[in-house]
Design a protein. Sequence first.
Length: 271
Amino acid sequence: MRVFSAANRFGALALSLALLAGCASNNSSEEEDDEFAGVQERELYELARTALDSNRYPIAIERLEALDTRYPFGAHAEQAQLELIYAYYENSDWEEARAAASRFIRLHPDHPQVDYAYYLRGLSAWQAGRFSLERLRLIDISKRDLGASRDAYNDFRELIQRYPQSEYAADAQQRIVYLRELMARHELHVADYYLRRGAYLAAVERGRWVIENYPESSATRDALATMVEGYQGLDMEDRANEVLAVLRENAPDHEQLQGSRFVPKHLGQND
């Protein structure tokens, strides 16, 4: 019995030593593979800044992420987090940029540069909502799903509402004007689809949505015309005439007005 017990103790000791040796070997290997092992915060930040200044964004991201992980409460932590948002954006990692911006806003709501985080979050959504083909005018962006563009619109609006005096507010306002037109036109594309399908009530609701939510958009003229045609399709002539009067008053030169006559685009094609 003693011999068996001693053998067990010897085996357990040997196993423990082997495990410790393995752990030490793994730790040593991990440290050898970690190029930032032993690098102090200031030096790591300067390495990241050097990469940023030379537009080497993937390298800057790697160094800033290491800095954020190793020194989350260091002297350069907040600035490094802001610069990481920028590096993600410049590297076209727009989802990562939005996530990093949202994290910064949550952690540092009173930071003097938090408006910059809001701005970059909006810019990242702006870019995510665009196709390179749009610059070649090969597609109409307003006909696509506009989820990211809506995010950008909301981000820029929040920036302006919270920080109207921000140096980024003027640019954000210009982008809002563009996005407002874009989203209003998107709604009208959907409304036009409903008209062609004979879904007149749905078309009316889309037109009303444009007028109520984007009243400053130039698309309101077409939204009124959409509502007129939708009401006509529903045989609601009184409502159609009411909206038609508004259209005549505000857009007498609208393409669907021919004198006193309103010319529908699709009504009658579904009969």
